[in-house]
Design a binder for this molecule. Structure first.
Ligand SMILES: Nc1ncnc2c1ncn2[C@@H]1O[C@H](COP(=O)(O)OP(=O)(O)OP(=O)(O)O)[C@@H](O)[C@H]1O
Length: 277
């Protein structure tokens, strides 16, 4: 007799492929001809100076901003060619942690983490509670389940946001400036947590950051955007770009030095050299 058992479908690993992307607002182009691939299981950095379009690129990748041109593939699927309901289904494979944590202020930490589970799954309340407890334990907030976000420190808010982003077991986690506003030790703890999530669950991680310690400490791949040319200047791990990239803008950013030709930078006259600025 044939078995009626049907094996659950495991979604294909969500490699993200960006091709010839142009992003912007109205007629304004912020970046164009952006191409890169986020390998499965990578911690991938979107780097570049202020205003170059990192957050705008992130918005296009998580479905908040339609690109002006080009494609973003999630696995084999062209994300922006899909209709809105299909994009919503694809989007369930993503978790997002915004800069502020973006928690609902009138809901407790546990209720915030439970929200995506009650909205997007048919799990019963007891299963949701159990899952919430697991996610909060993972980020070290099991003891803060019944606390309102206002009572949390900045680092705890980020961790609560991370627990919520992890609620649906995403294949890809997006972070917008995860360490912004955190002291160096708290930022380091958050970095360690991001590494634990990637190593423990194989989650692909895409993060926007200009915190050099985080970039060097946890990212194994990335792309560097430039505001002046509105294009990608370099691809690769932040440490690789720091150690080998000769482009003056990338080199200056990665080594916190002045671009060559700038006052006090390499190539500047001796009288222009200053320290401690
Ligand atoms: N909604 C919007 N409408 C019009 N222009 C926008 C909008 N959002 C951002 N911009 C502009 O797009 C450019 C890129 O902004 P974006 O926030 O993506 O840069 P960023 O690299 O993330 O910067 P930062 O590191 O300072 O956060 C900026 O010039 C910004 O003013």
């Amino acid at each position: 007799m044939m078995s009626s058992f049907v094996a659950p479908t495991v979604p294909a690993a969500a490699k993200i492929t960006v091709r010839d992307l142009a992003i912007g607002f109205g007629a304004t182009v912020i970046q164009h001809d952006v191409s890169f691939e986020v390998p499965t299981g990578a911690i991938f950095a979107i780097m570049g100076g202020s205003g170059c379009g990192k957050s705008t690129l992130l918005k296009a990748m998580i479905g908040l901003l339609r690109p002006q041109a080009g494609t973003i593939h999630v696995g084999d699927e062209d994300y922006w060619a899909a209709d809105a309901p299909r994009r919503a289904v694809l989007g369930r494979r993503f978790g997002v942690l915004f800069q502020s944590g973006a928690l609902w202020s009138s809901m407790t930490v546990a209720q915030n983490v439970a929200l995506p589970l009650s909205l997007l799954t048919s799990l019963d309340p007891a299963s949701i509670n159990a899952l919430v407890h697991v996610k909060l334990s993972l980020v070290g907030l099991a003891g803060a389940a019944d606390v309102l976000p206002a009572a949390l420190s900045g680092g705890m808010r980020k961790r609560a946001g991370l627990a919520r982003a992890l609620a649906l077991d995403p294949e890809v986690l997006f972070f917008d400036e995860p360490s912004a506003g955190l002291d160096p030790i708290t930022a380091r703890r958050l970095d360690d947590l991001i590494l634990e999530v990637r190593d423990g669950f194989g989650t692909t991680i895409v993060l926007v950051s200009h915190e050099l310690p985080s970039l060097f400490g946890i990212c194994d791949n990335g792309v560097f955007l430039d505001a002046d040319t509105k294009t990608v200047l370099a691809h690769g791990a932040p440490t690789l770009l720091r150690d080998t990239c000769a482009h003056p803008t990338v080199h200056a950013f990665m080594t916190r030095s002045r671009p060559s030709g700038a006052p006090g930078g390499p190539g500047a006259g001796p009288g222009e050299s200053r320290r401690g600025v």
